[in-house]
Design a protein around this ligand. Structure first.
Ligand SMILES: Nc1nc2c(ncn2[C@@H]2O[C@H](COP(=O)(O)OP(=O)(O)OP(=O)(O)O)[C@@H](O)[C@H]2O)c(=O)[nH]1
Ligand SMILES: [Mg+2]
Length: 213
């Protein structure tokens, strides 16, 4: 019974995601679903991304968070449209939430939509939002075992950012090993080592994003 309910829920989500995807396609908008465990650096990466690209590409951000608007406020400072979605107790965004958020955005004048999912490496992976691309963020403080322990997001993603490489001298993490594991999980995955604070690897990330437009 429980299994059936979960299947129904995922099927209903998939239908709304397909509607979102079609709506975004009609408007020529590329949507990116940014997923990571809490604190891997999604909002910091977004801050750098918005700062670098907002004058080149009309963009908006959807911020998913369980309880606060803190991340939304961080992005709003850059003057791009932000829709904050709270999911009290919920560990992921779903397609219906994105459909509602799309209603409040000026889709005619957008080209890039970045969605920061709720910080969680497991639940968001199951829920298609209608995005064009999924990007997984892993940070070097999380440990080398994480891609293999939580592979679904990396299997489905088009790119993975290994963030916080500035901390490599202080943590027990092999970048080489992580790249190897990620590419074993998904041979087509674009892997970008980066530091959102020291700004390493960000040009490569921006260029990858621009190539998808
Ligand atoms: N050293 C270092 N710290 C970083 C880097 N990127 C982010 N941080 C720090 O990591 C912490 C969490 O960063 P956020 O960007 O808020 O992470 P997040 O993934 O958005 O977190 P949630 O939205 O809560 O899931 C903050 O203290 C950041 O300053 C980095 O490249 N290097
Ligand atoms: Mg965040």
């Amino acid at each position: 019974m429980q299994v059936n309910l979960a299947t129904k829920l995922l099927r209903a989500n998939r239908d709304v995601a397909a509607e979102n995807r079609e709506r975004l396609r009609k408007h020529g908008i590329v949507a990116v679903n940014l997923i990571s465990s809490p604190g891997a650096g999604k909002t910091t990466l977004l801050e750098r991304t918005v700062e670098a690209l907002k004058d080149k590409i009309p963009m908006a951000v959807i911020e998913g968070d369980q309880y606060t608007a803190l991340d939304g406020e961080r992005i709003e400072r850059f003057g791009v449209p932000v829709v904050q979605i709270n999911t009290p107790g919920g560990c992921h965004l779903d397609a219906g939430m994105i459909a509602t958020a799309l209603d409040s955005l000026d889709l005619e004048n957008l080209r890039l939509l970045i969605i920061e999912n709720v910080g969680n490496l497991i639940c968001p992976a199951e829920f298609d939002l209608g995005e064009g691309f999924k990007v997984g963020v892993l940070s070097v403080t999380e440990g080398n075992d994480k891609p293999k322990k939580y592979p679904v997001i990396f299997q489905d993603a088009q790119a993975a950012i290994i963030n916080k490489v500035d901390l490599l001298p202080y943590v027990n993490f092999s970048l080489e090993h992580a790249v190897q594991d990620l590419q074993e999980i998904n041979p087509g995955l674009k892997v970008i080592p980066a530091s959102a604070t020291r700004q390493d690897g960000l040009e490569e990330w921006f260029n990858w994003l621009l190539e998808q437009m």
